[in-house]
Design a protein around this ligand. Structure first.
Ligand code: GDP
Ligand code: MG
Length: 161
């Protein structure tokens, strides 16, 4: 089963996107037992096929603990993924933490989808393009908060475009 893991620095809109992508298609919601700061996982149907969607938002970046941008739990979650959804703030542009996270994702060798969130209006689409600088693929402009570009995103993720 495909496992889509949402990752990105705090406050870019990961949880908002997670809720959008769940929509009415949530079959089952659960938290893995036994750990604190659990990633939140849901079973979804994308393009008619069952998949797992995981929000790593419950996992804080612990830069004080280790000289790495992501916690061990987040890394373990990313390793389970088939697809990584790297969420960026399309309006603020790239930050050093975005670059660090992108570096970690690149090394994992998985399919990475670059998502430019907070592109609330069409006029902002050009800002999303700047995020291609990361070299991880063409950014997909969306507004999770305003439900903009979510349907095309789902179709892209499931190869139905
Ligand atoms: P997370 O920390 O990455 O999980 O981010 P959240 O989903 O909690 O969102 C952080 C903030 O960004 C909240 O205030 C959201 O309302 C806001 N936000 C999320 N998506 C969008 C968006 O598409 N447009 C705008 N303008 N704000 C957004
Ligand atoms: Mg969150």
């Amino acid at each position: 089963m495909r496992t889509f893991v949402i990752v990105g620095r705090p406050n870019v809109g990961k949880s908002t996107l997670f809720n959008r992508l769940c929509g009415k298609e949530i079959a089952l919601t659960y938290r893995e037992p036994g750990v604190t700061r659990d990633p939140l996982s849901v079973r979804v149907r994308f393009g008619g096929k069952p998949a797992v969607l995981i929000d790593t938002g419950g996992v804080a970046f612990s830069r004080e603990e280790k000289e790495r941008p992501l916690t061990d739990l987040t890394l373990a979650t990313l390793r389970q993924a088939s697809d990584l959804l790297l969420v960026l703030d399309g309006r603020s542009g790239l930050t050093p933490l975005d670059w660090e996270i992108a570096g970690v994702l690149r090394k994992l060798g998985k399919k990475v989808w670059v998502i430019a969130n907070k592109i609330d209006q069409e006029e902002l689409d050009s800002l999303a393009g700047e995020l291609s600088e990361l070299g991880l693929g063409e950014p997909i402009p969306i507004s999770a908060a305003h439900n903009r570009g979510i349907r095309p995103l789902r179709e892209k993720l499931t190869g139905e475009d």
